[in-house]
Design a protein around this ligand. Sequence first.
Ligand code: ATP
Length: 369
Amino acid sequence: FAPWNDPEAKPLIQFKQVTKKFGEFVAIDALSLDIFEQEFFALLGPSGCGKTTMMRMLAGFESPSSGSILLAGKDIAPVPPNKRAVNMMFQSYALFPHLSVWDNIAFGLRRGGGSKEEIAARVEEMLRLTRLTKFSRRKPHQISGGQRQRVALARSLAKAPKLLLLDEPLGALDKKLRQDTQFELMDIQEKTGTTFVIVTHDQEEAMTVASRVAVMDEGRLVQVSTPDVIYEAPNSVYVADFIGEVNIIEGATAQEGEAVTITWAEGQQPINARSTLSLSPGQKVHFAIRPEKLTISAERPDDAANAMTGKVLDIAYLGNISTYHVELPSGQVLKAQSANTRRIARRSFTWEDTVWLSWTDTAGVVLEQ
Ligand code: ATP
């Protein structure tokens, strides 16, 4: 499933050079983006980068200042919000407290003008989809937070929208329930085939549920790709830093084909890396490497492309993994993470220990910006 790689695939949604201004302020800046049918698409970025504005334009609560948004090939500008095949699920769920689960789900359908039997059949189908059949007679205050979330989802899907917008859909749930619900959300998305666009502050959540992720900065897209590419091959320090933990080293390059050497701090070995970028000699670059790509060891490894020694400053034991802060002779501190696969791995190294950090030449990425 990768319609974004298929030149024949027709996008469900197209942003074409969309700009949104509030007065003089540019909230969305000449943004172009395709989202495909059946995608679970996530918008990520810091507060104020324009995620909600994108959703509101899709829903019809805002209109672009210039450019156009197409749904299934048609400009949606003239279509009012209630006539769009788009629904939005809010974080607050906005359930009617005095109505039963059944009636909450039926509410929008009744206004749609179907027969009683059709409405009942659709409600039953939605109850089954969200595993709420046995709670159908209860009121929202008589069910759990997770169940309320599912009622809101059932209600938003009842009219079979082409596109469902989810604004922090799991924001009200605690961490454990949130994780379980993520899988449920993916399952329901897959079963209905509806295109989902989600806004979340939780990067792990975006990485878990999404087929593709867009990382935004000040009304622009910085990188749009699958979660693994965003994580393993970020296109900038901004993206590397925004998603997960990362070590960033600043240096200057020499390149021979794909083999890159990066000289950096005084007295530190140059870093050996690989890159398909065309770099000029001495060009300033950043080298980004995730903590779990560093191997920490007591002895110098024999055959590592990169190995440097340092001193353990801090250790955080997190159960499944431990994170080490290691200070290099240059003064830079690198984070290394190791999996605690065996019991009592907890104190394999301790404060002030001299250790080796090593990694292969493909473990990190060279970034121009
Ligand atoms: P958050 O994660 O905090 O919800 P966001 O990425 O969703 O942020 P938006 O709500 O889309 O950000 O806002 C983008 C920018 O546009 C912000 O700087 C915001 O202050 C501005 N903005 C949004 N709506 C309006 C408005 N109605 N009038 C003026 N400025 C607005």
